[in-house]
Design a protein around this ligand. Structure first.
Ligand SMILES: [Zn+2]
Length: 424
């Protein structure tokens, strides 16, 4: 969860449309409440956090989840893997795990999901309890609560549902891989393989009451500037400086308002030249510079416009730097859409169910729009409306990462409520 939340606003506490005829989540099912269940949940998340699984190397954690599901009563025929390693540029040693359960009542199929990969900093983590928190005993590693907390939250819900005789809608539980490196699991998973769910609930970083209903989209951009090398003291006029070209282009973008926080004609976006590499000596006209940049906006067209402006600025700059023979430099720009933006309507059944379920477990939903990407970006952008909740993760991707146990417990209750579909 490398992503930032842009803005949050408390949702009005709407009154429940229907009175709940069923017992609230946490009250029904044998594994849903009480000290015993709570201890079991905590044990589960600490166990999952200790299993290494950086992006692309998730085989062991996927096997761990599969074994727990089988031991919990899932039939092997209910479990499949997606084909992320075939489609992802990263390859990878395992696909994401999918558990499909038939409904015990007629209702639209719902998806509960959480990614299992962690950032490399989490490998070797030794989770220990410290009061109301789980931290890593090894101070050189992160905890991996992002997103083993989410993975445990939905595993706990799946195990509870498997054990319970009570009614629930058709359910798909999904543990995607390769979220941290480009959302590749969610980007390529086949909806048919997920059983064509109607909507989804994703559990990732932050507080359980935070309902992320939208997120920005982003391009990742690579820029190669090629000039011509020459002796900087003896024959500078014969060289074409790639650094001069890059400098002119960046100055042009900054002056024109296309770098950093961008506001144009009511549209908003951001861009950043984040990396610049080139040159080896002061006495050589530098012939090559490599830059990496990004462009973000919730608005697809405007995001493309930012990308175009960056491209144009570098092309213009390349023409402005010529040597004595009139030779100019060249630029080569590559870009790929890192993740697509989405925004769900507050009245979307998925958002309504999410907010209702939060109230049901005693919380106050706070809708949020993220300025970064989560797995839900790709699912929602591809037509499967998906909201994201947190599970109590604090300081993800840092050695100071923690899991707030109370928040985690609430997220467990919330996932179970959504699995049972009591809010419907
Ligand atoms: Zn995450």
């Amino acid at each position: 969860m490398p992503k930032r939340t842009a803005r949050k606003k408390p949702t009005k506490n709407r009154t429940t449309k229907k009175t709940n005829k069923r017992k609230p989540a946490g009250a029904r099912g044998s594994n849903s409440s009480g000290k015993q269940a709570s201890t079991a949940r905590l044990k589960l998340v600490m166990e999952l956090m200790a299993v290494p699984g950086p992006s692309g190397e998730e085989k062991e954690i996927i096997e761990t989840v599969r074994k727990k599901l089988i031991a919990g009563g899932a039939k092997p025929s209910m479990i499949t893997l997606d084909d992320t390693p075939k489609k992802s540029p990263l390859g990878g040693n395992s696909g994401g795990l999918i558990l499909k359960l038939p409904g015990k009542r007629g209702a639209p199929r719902r998806l509960l999901m959480a990614h299992v990969d962690t950032v490399p900093l989490c490998v070797g983590c030794k989770p220990v309890r410290k009061g109301n928190l789980v931290v890593s005993a090894d101070k050189t590693t992160a905890l991996g609560a992002d997103d083993r907390a989410g993975a445990s939250v939905i595993l706990n819900a799946a195990l509870s549902v498997l054990k319970s005789k009570e009614s629930h809608p058709p359910l798909t539980f999904y543990w995607p891989v390769q979220e941290e490196v480009g959302l590749f699991g969610a980007r390529y998973v086949s909806f048919a393989k997920l059983g064509n769910p109607k909507f989804g609930f994703n559990f990732d970083g932050g507080k359980y009451e935070k309902v992320t209903i939208g997120a920005t989209g982003a391009y990742r951009i690579g820029i190669e500037v090629h000039g011509l090398a020459s002796h900087a003291g003896i024959a500078p006029e014969r060289g074409v400086s790639a650094i001069a070209i890059a400098g002119l282009a960046i100055a042009d973008l900054a002056r024109g308002g296309w770098h950093g926080d961008i506001h144009k004609n009511g549209h908003h976006g951001t861009s950043n030249i984040g990396v610049i590499n080139g040159g080896a000596a002061t006495n050589v006209v530098t012939d090559s510079v490599h830059l990496r940049a990004e462009a973000r906006s919730h608005n697809r067209k405007f995001r493309k416009k930012i990308l175009d402006e960056i491209t144009k600025a570098f092309r213009r700059a390349a023409k402005q730097v010529a040597n004595v023979n009139g030779k100019t430099g060249k630029v080569k720009i590559t870009s790929r859409l890192d993740y697509e933006s989405f925004l769900l309507d507050e009245n979307d059944p998925c958002v309504q169910a999410a907010e209702q379920a939060i109230r049901q477990v005693g919380g106050t939903p706070i809708t949020a729009i993220a300025n970064g990407g989560v797995d839900a970006n790709w699912l929602s952008a591809r037509g499967l409306p998906t909201v994201t909740f947190g599970c109590g993760q604090v300081n993800p991707h840092m050695v100071t990462e923690q899991l707030d146990i109370q928040q985690f417990e609430k997220a467990c209750d919330l996932a179970l409520a959504l699995a049972q579909g009591d809010e419907a």
